[in-house]
Unconditional design. Structure first.
Length: 353
């Protein structure tokens, strides 16, 4: 069996590829990582049969719809999810086959009503989504969350697996990749076997966490299996771009660093920012966002354009402006100068203070 654990740094989401006899499935794909997932499936010579969701996510948009469009895969998630547009709505105990292997869908509600844990046929591994994290668990304060339900479903459906069963969560924010049933029974500070249900409920009631930043657009999108309101354009041929759910083509800092001379770099910040502590990219032209529309004629439409700002927000707007002006080869620098500097890439000016 082929097994790969993939990661999305924006949302700290794990996507899992499993394949047997060249038939594959993906658990919790991410919209912005669809190009990566397609490339991996094709390089390994696999046929993507299914994308599975552990639940309706609030912190990222699923890549399920986009992968179905590109690879003709089918979408499956819980019948209790409330989602529309899937090819299969799973009930407790239902089996999903890939090659000669099988995953069992076990209901683990509590984080959301439609949470599912997928257990491999030999019970050597399970994919818990947000129900059970490494030394933690999903929150229970929105999306039909219920601490009592989560406590009981983890105890009944996950802790009933062999202690040696490896558990793969939907997220981890510390770089941890896997745990086991035995470990979580002993060391999980919320759900260890030594902890009672009322203590767990009290703990979860007082977490006081802010809602996920992408919740307002992620949840509605995921209730339609990640189908965007506007279909993505054809993929670009000049760079390995990522298409965001917001409809923006983005380029990653590492690629741009190696191709600085091949593109026009437009910085849409204000002059004091351009010359400020973050500095600016080598060879960047300063065209503040407010004057971009009237000065776009100074750019070459034949050469690709990468637009930059502090965080990627203003530059995303700038790509829309340039697109309406007829620029076909334009992309946003993902994460802006903040990510560029965090990766310690070359700048002109600026300060390391």
């Amino acid at each position: 069996m082929i097994f790969r654990q993939l990661f999305d740094p924006q949302s700290s989401t794990y996507t899992y590829l499993l394949a047997d006899s060249r038939e594959a499935l993906l658990i919790d794909p991410v919209f912005e990582q669809a190009r990566r997932d397609v490339a991996l499936v094709e390089e390994l010579g696999l046929k993507l049969a299914w994308t599975l969701e552990t639940h309706v996510h609030a912190d990222h948009v699923t890549g399920a719809w986009l992968l179905r469009e590109r690879l003709k895969s089918r979408i499956a998630l819980s019948k209790e999810s409330g989602a529309e547009g899937a090819d299969r709505f799973l009930v407790p105990g239902e089996k999903i086959s890939f090659g000669k292997r099988v995953l069992e869908a076990r209901p683990t509600p509590g984080h959301t009503n439609g949470c599912m844990t997928y257990v491999l046929d030999d019970r050597s591994m399970a994919f818990t989504g947000d129900a059970l994290l490494i030394r933690g668990c999903g929150r229970t304060d929105f999306q039909q969350g219920d601490a009592h339900s989560l406590f009981r479903s983890v105890r009944d459906q996950v802790f009933s697996l062999p202690d040696a069963c490896l558990l793969y969560p939907g997220h981890d924010y510390r770089g941890l990749t896997a745990t086991s049933v035995g470990e979580e029974k002993l060391y999980n500070p919320r759900l260890a076997e030594s902890i009672g249900e009322e203590d767990f409920v009290g703990y979860m009631t007082h977490l006081g966490l802010p809602h996920p930043k992408q919740m307002e657009h992620a949840v509605p999108a995921n209730l339609h299996c990640g189908k965007p309101k506007v279909a993505p354009r054809e993929e670009a041929d000049w760079a390995p771009l990522t298409y965001t759910f917001a409809g923006i083509w983005e380029v990653q800092p590492a690629w741009l660093e190696e191709h600085l001379r091949e593109v026009q770099i437009v910085d849409v910040r204000e002059p004091d920012e351009f010359n400020g502590v973050l500095g600016h990219l080598p060879g960047a032209r300063l065209l503040p966002l407010g004057s971009l529309a009237e000065k776009q004629g100074t750019l070459e439409k034949e050469r690709p354009v990468v637009v930059v700002c502090r965080s990627g927000a203003r530059s995303a707007q700038a790509t829309v402006i340039l697109g309406k002006a007829g620029f076909q080869r334009v992309a946003n620098l993902s994460g802006g100068m903040l990510r560029w500097r965090a990766q310690r890439l070359a700048v002109e000016g600026g300060s390391d203070a």
